[in-house]
Write a protein that binds this ligand. Structure first.
Ligand code: ADP
Ligand code: MG
Length: 540
């Protein structure tokens, strides 16, 4: 080891023997008097790509160089960042040194290798994984004998790999152990900075993930109420894009502004405030709003945060429950009112019949009777719907029930030229049920069939016991039929297409069939007719 190495290269823990290294260079055919070439030089595009990959590294070097080195007045220093393959990515510092080395071909994008460039601190630092200094004549190439170079590996804080090297270059006359200390300090600062940046980036991603996957709208403002951040849910809620929102102030949003404003002014949070919000399309939605002040570590108010949870569907359910309760109450009242109306109505009808001779015009008389009958019909159907029926389940012969029903419907059928055809495939067919209610079902179905025919047509009724242990009553008409939408609506209260209809008949049918553990199937085609099948469990 020569004198210089021992005295100055305190950083070189590996005890690098420069004499041996120089020998090796000569053996490789390097000429100490020449200006060396480089193994590879990156294209501008490839260099830009590599620089982009190492942007935090480069920024950190620039930052700490300006902080530590620029204050060392009088000592010319150039700092360089190389990647882990030796490519020079960035240089900063003394322009005279930069100019000199540029003349020697050292610039961004060239690859420093031991093979081509002989003894250089950057390659040695990478090779030994330690700080290395190469000062003056320790260099193989004579053109570097006036230079002192210090390099240190920089590690990637999260990947436990070497990211590259940081090097200082100065004139050999300025070589000083203080520079080594500075280099190590700068390395530590850079690595800490890179670690923080990475952590911040992870936190930012996590934040963004949380903000954007939550269904609650979130908004953050500074202490003056300027919106700093807003998540996707909030963009949708306010129907505004993030850039539009970020330029605005919380006070521009009437539904949250006042609460956030108050949180900012008073430092007190507002929690679980119910807020209604009408968007530009006029749709109203309901929200639970939290507006909170944000404090920093020193308890200084720095901004406000608002969170809006959509409770529209909960509100709607509440409203629906309220309506259902109201409806039930109204239903009960209506049921008793219907009773009270029906009794005097029967008396009125009787007296009007007695008064027939005193009506000057027969059609007036008929009209009054018809209207009374209609009131009666609506009331009867209403009563069935609103009042839990006092049912009396017993063994019933469905054939007999259908015969009775047909007999009841016959007069109306004759009036409208509707021919009723009946096919009983067996007799008796027993089921368990309430005779009157079952009659009500078939009267309603036959009536609907006849209404659909209007005049001239066939209404056929089939009854058989099927293999599934059910009595199947099939009522087919050759009437006007129904559209798909009509079939869907069938059985919803007050759905009727008839001038005189109540829209309650099918609902009653469904309710009674349900009570009998039965099913209804509807097949219908507009203009062709309909088939309604009632399936009721046979009694054992
Ligand atoms: P309403 O008979 O008082 O109108 P319903 O509940 O009995 O009330 O029937 C509802 C509607 O369903 C009818 O207005 C009619 O449009 C349709 N509908 C029911 N049965 C038939 C059928 N057999 N053919 C055609 N349309 C029908
Ligand atoms: Mg009907």
């Amino acid at each position: 080891m020569d004198y210089q190495t021992g005295a100055r290269a305190s950083m070189n823990k590996q005890n690098i023997c420069f004499t041996t290294l120089k020998k090796e260079c000569a053996e490789r055919g390097l000429d100490p008097a020449s200006i060396p070439a480089f193994k590879h030089t990156l294209t501008d595009k490839a260099l830009a790509h590599k620089q982009a990959q190492h942007v935090s590294f480069i920024q950190a070097i620039t930052h700490f160089f300006n902080k530590f080195i620029s204050s060392l007045s009088g000592i010319p220093i150039l700092a360089a960042a190389n990647d882990r393959d030796g490519y020079v990515l960035h240089m900063i510092g003394d322009s005279a040194i930069k100019e000199t080395i540029t003349k020697m071909g050292i610039r961004n994008g060239v690859q420093m290798t031991a093979e081509y460039n002989g003894i250089n601190s950057a390659c040695l630092a990478l090779e030994y994984g330690e700080p290395v200094s190469v000062i003056g004549s320790q260099h193989f190439h004579e053109y570097l004998h006036d230079a002192a170079c210090y390099s240190i590996p920089i590690s990637d804080p999260h990947e436990s790999e070497v990211l590259g090297t940081l090097s200082f270059m100065t004139a050999a006359d300025f070589a000083h152990p203080l520079l080594e200390t500075l280099l190590m300090t700068m390395k530590e600062s850079i690595e800490r900075e890179l670690k923080l940046l990475k952590q911040n980036e992870r936190l930012r991603l996590l934040n963004e993930l949380i903000m954007d996957t939550t269904t609650s709208g979130m908004m953050i403002s500074d202490k003056d109420g300027n919106i700093l951040n807003a998540n996707k849910a909030l963009e949708q809620l306010f129907n505004k894009s993030k850039p539009e929102l970020l330029g605005k102030n919380i006070r521009d949003f009437a539904c949250v502004g006042p609460y956030m404003d108050h949180a900012l002014k008073s430092g007190v949070p507002h929690l679980d405030i119910e807020a209604a919000f009408t968007n530009e399309k006029g749709q109203q939605s309901f929200y639970l709003l939290d507006a909170l002040p944000i404090f920093d570590d020193t308890h200084t108010l720095v901004g406000s945060f608002a969170q809006l949870r959509n409770i529209t569907s909960r509100k709607q359910t509440e409203q629906m429950l309220l309506n259902t309760e109201k409806l039930a109450a109204v239903g009960q009242m209506a049921a008793s009112a219907a009773h009270e109306i029906r009794n005097p109505l029967t008396t009125i009808r009787g007296f009007i019949q007695l008064l027939e001779p005193s009506f000057h015009q027969q059609e007036h008389y008929d009209l009054v009777l018809e209207e009374i009958d209609r009131i009666n019909l609506i009331i009867s159907e209403f009563l069935i719907l609103s009042k839990p029926q006092a049912t009396c389940f017993e063994q019933q012969n469905l054939v007999q029930i259908l015969k009775d029903t047909v007999a009841l419907s016959q007069p109306q059928a004759s009036m409208h030229n509707v021919q009723i055809q009946v096919h009983f495939f067996a007799d008796p067919i027993f089921i368990r049920g309430d005779g009157n209610q079952l009659k009500q079902v078939f009267i309603n179905l036959i009536k609907n069939g006849m209404d659909a025919i209007e005049s001239h047509g066939v209404l056929s009724i089939h009854l058989k016991a099927n293999e599934q242990g059910e009595a199947a009553v099939k009522i087919t008409d050759t009437g006007i039929g129904m559209t798909e939408t009509q079939i869907q609506k069938l059985g919803t209260p007050f759905f009727t297409t008839k001038k005189e209809g109540t829209g309650l008949g099918f609902m009653i049918i469904k309710r009674i069939v349900n009570q009998h553990n039965g099913k209804i199937e509807v097949k219908s085609k507009k203009g062709e007719g309909s088939t309604i099948t009632v399936l009721l469990p046979l009694s054992e």
